[in-house]
Write a protein that binds this ligand. Structure first.
Ligand code: HEM
Length: 484
């Protein structure tokens, strides 16, 4: 791939060396380089760090419509380093799904346990180690790199955490989806230290320049009685040192998409099936993560997953067969692949390709699943629930070998769409299934519930734990009146 064609992200990385003399050279990079590369800035406050008071004052001058238009334009401007999705599924090119996932993964770190909130997007710690290398966050460095263009345009008029959450909301709105309101006022963190309660024991070692892991088993774990003993385990909610554990391992903080594998003696196991992932057991994991760890109701859970998996698609991996990364394509040791001056690499860019094209475009490591959930993944639609109910789904392997599902009827109008086991969990649990049926029958109700849940998702954080805190404190909000 020609260097010139790789666009904006690469330009930033290439020129980073020449910007090192600036006070804080990396502020508009979507990913801040490893601690060891920050030299004397390590552990210090950047002179450019937001002055909270100043930021909130100047937010009053923010041209929100202009920001919305800049993001909408960027959303359709496909770059070679990660071509926008759509065309491969017969739709228009769009980064809508990518931006929505970015905002969700940034905000979805929120854990509410015993009434106390930890995490959330405020702080934008996803730009820093360790979150930038969490296995769940693969490929989101590309999204942040894209948004760097808007960050550069608006500079300190907009914090990264406001930008990331607003970009996700804009992606939904500009694709024809529901968004009722958005409020600004989030302040960025200078490092990833506050991610530690989510489970990164190795962080102290990382400071000493040793490798530390961002994807490993948690100390206290269990398997479901019907689950295969070789399958991934589920982490208990609390762990040593009062750490709130991610659901499956450090770095995989949401729900295991493939779902639990049934053991051969379990009811429902079918020898001849391509895989024996259990949507029923997966529902237990979805509830454990969304309700017990994140504090969502069942209704909010269904609305969020359905709205999340309406736009965008899953992405297979580059081919790692025969390489030392074949069994662990994610960057589970680090800081190692983080963007370093002159390395031309982002944090999730380590495993495929060489030199300037490493980790970009077809050399990207992503989830390993393949396909969209909907027939029009760039435009808001109702396929997620409609197809889930209308079709029978059969187990299938993605080209990368991941366990997923496709329509049994290969002539179906939905034949090009896919489902994860975690998606199908929503029709394999009585409470979830009743809500799925309601949403399939009443799309307006789904839109409204999704918009409310999304608002709550992107507005709550450790710093502002109630969904209306930002509005109450700063009052810089939009109802998107300018969108025709
Ligand atoms: C059970 C919970 C969930 C699981 C297991 C899950 C899993 C996944 C996986 C495996 C991908 C593919 C990533 C890739 O290959 O690029 C993905 C993509 C995506 N997810 Fe989820 N997800 C969940 C919930 C959500 C929620 C709650 C939202 C938003 C509210 C969301 C929004 C998205 C979006 C927009 C994409 C498409 C990304 C793109 O087009 O690049 N997901 N999800």
């Amino acid at each position: 791939m020609a260097l010139r064609s790789m666009g904006f992200l690469l330009t930033f990385l290439v020129t980073e060396g020449s910007m090192r003399n600036d006070d804080f050279p990396f502020y508009y990079l979507g990913t801040v380089p490893a601690w060891r590369d920050l030299g004397s800035l390590r552990g210090t406050q950047s002179p450019h760090q937001f002055d909270k008071g100043k930021y909130h004052k100047q937010l009053k001058e923010l041209d929100i419509e202009h920001l919305y238009q800049s993001i909408s334009k960027l959303m359709k401007d496909s770059k070679a380093f990660w071509p926008a999705d759509g065309p491969q599924d017969g739709d228009v090119a769009s980064y809508a799904g990518l931006f929505e996932r970015l905002a969700w993964h940034c905000s979805g770190t929120l854990r509410v346990v015993n009434g106390t909130a930890t995490g959330g997007c405020e702080g934008a710690r996803q730009r820093h180690w360790p979150e930038n290398e969490w296995r769940d966050n693969t490929n989101l460095d590309k999204a942040r790199g894209l948004l760097g263009q808007v960050k550069h345009e608006f500079g300190f008029q907009i914090s990264w955490s406001d930008l990331i959450t607003f970009a996700g909301t804009t992606a939904i709105k500009a694709s024809g989806g529901p968004a009722k309101k958005f409020c600004f006022g989030r302040i960025d963190d200078v490092d990833g230290k506050r991610s530690i309660p989510l489970g990164v024991e190795g962080v102290k070692e990382c400071r000493g320049n040793k490798f530390c892991k961002s994807n490993f088993e948690c100390p206290i774990a269990f398997r479901w009685p019907e689950q295969d003993e070789d399958d991934h385990s589920q982490c208990n909610l609390t762990q040593p040192d009062h750490r709130l554990q991610a659901s499956h391992s450090v770095g995989l903080i949401y729900v295991y998409p493939e779902g639990p594998k049934l053991k051969s003696s379990a009811k429902g196991f079918a020898e001849k099936q391509v895989h024996n992932r259990s949507p029923g057991l997966s529902a237990l994991e979805v509830r454990d993560t969304f309700k017990e760890r994140m504090g969502w109701t069942d209704r909010e859970t269904v609305a969020l997953i359905g709205g999340g998996h309406t736009l965008g698609r899953t992405h297979g991996n580059c081919n790692l067969t025969g390489t030392k990364w074949a069994s662990h394509p994610y960057n589970d040791v680090g800081p190692f692949f983080e963007a370093q001056a002159g390395s031309l690499r982002g944090p999730t860019d380590g495993t495929c390709g060489k030199g300037a094209s490493a980790g970009l475009a077809e050399n990207t490591v992503s989830s390993g699943f393949e396909g969209p959930w909907a027939r029009t993944p760039s435009q808001w639609n109702y396929d997620f629930f409609d197809a889930m109910l209308a079709e029978d789904w059969e187990p299938v392997k993605s080209p990368f070998g991941a366990d997923q599902w496709r329509t049994k009827n290969r002539q179906s109008t939905y034949a090009s769409t896919m489902r994860l086991t975690a998606d199908l969990s929503l029709i394999n649990d009585d409470t979830y299934a009743a809500i799925v049926k309601e949403y399939a029958a009443d799309h307006a109700k789904f839109d409204s519930d999704f918009a409310d849940a999304w608002y709550k998702l992107v507005h709550r954080s450790e710093d502002n734990p109630n969904e209306n805190d930002l509005e109450r404190k700063f009052g810089i909000c939009t109802h998107f009146e300018f969108v025709k």
